[in-house]
Design a protein around this ligand. Structure first.
Ligand code: ADP
Ligand code: MG
Length: 199
């Protein structure tokens, strides 16, 4: 993995969330309560505000700090779940991870999110993007292939019926719309891959 500046990663994540906030809100309006874009933007802008302090920390501590900040600021169902994702990544990542270390830590972090959300793959949530991303990473796919896998996985939530989160209250009527958290996860995957690999 190329060396990277953590503050660049934070900027990339916050930029993509800000640029797509209205889209995320629209997705959440269709089958939720329409706050996902604002929730994520609030959280990632709060992280951006601390980018210098966070970037001065070793990578595991920096990720834990990001996760803690997201839990405190995103709100909704997704705040604790994205927060758990980053905190768990920080717990399991070595200071200078290679690709394999990243895959192992992501696998464990996904398990932590699933435990926190009492959810699993196939229920039309962010997990439906995280899992294929983990698999592509573990299989040694290129950054471009991983990003494509994330985009395809977000698209694949459209025909799914939601079984977790607010969208599940709609039952069959949740079919035909992309899950907002799946979309935001795919956006973050692209931003991180581009920042790390320069694709
Ligand atoms: P809220 O649903 O409280 O309004 P958000 O709109 O910010 O929160 O986030 C909704 C997203 O959170 C969903 O699109 C879905 O991807 C994710 N989500 C909700 N509940 C769960 C869960 N139990 N497990 C995994 N992801 C979930
Ligand atoms: Mg919502």
């Amino acid at each position: 993995m190329a060396a990277f500046d953590f503050s660049r990663l934070i900027a990339a994540a916050a930029d993509t969330i800000a640029a797509h906030a209205e889209e995320l809100t629209a997705l959440d309006q269709a089958i939720g309560d329409g706050d996902h874009g604002l929730n994520m933007k609030r959280g990632f802008e709060a992280v951006r505000a601390e980018a210098d302090a966070f970037s001065a920390k070793p990578l595991p501590e920096a990720l834990k700090a990001v996760g803690t900040k997201l839990v405190m600021t995103v709100g909704g169902a997704s705040g604790p779940l994205f927060g758990t994702l980053f905190m768990a990544l920080g717990k399991d990542l070595p200071v200078a991870p290679d690709r394999n270390g990243l895959a192992v830590a992501l696998g464990k972090a996904i398990e932590a999110v699933a435990a926190r959300g009492k959810s699993q793959v196939g229920q039309k949530t962010m997990l439906d993007v995280l899992r294929p991303v983990y698999e592509a990473l573990a299989q040694g796919k290129t950054a471009t292939e991983i990003v494509d896998a994330a985009d395809r996985a977000a698209e694949a939530t459209v025909p799914m019926k939601a079984l977790r989160g607010r969208a599940s209250f709609l039952g069959e009527r949740s079919i035909g719309h992309m899950d907002a958290g799946a979309r935001s996860t795919a956006l973050l995957v692209r931003a991180v891959a581009e920042a790390i690999e320069g694709i």
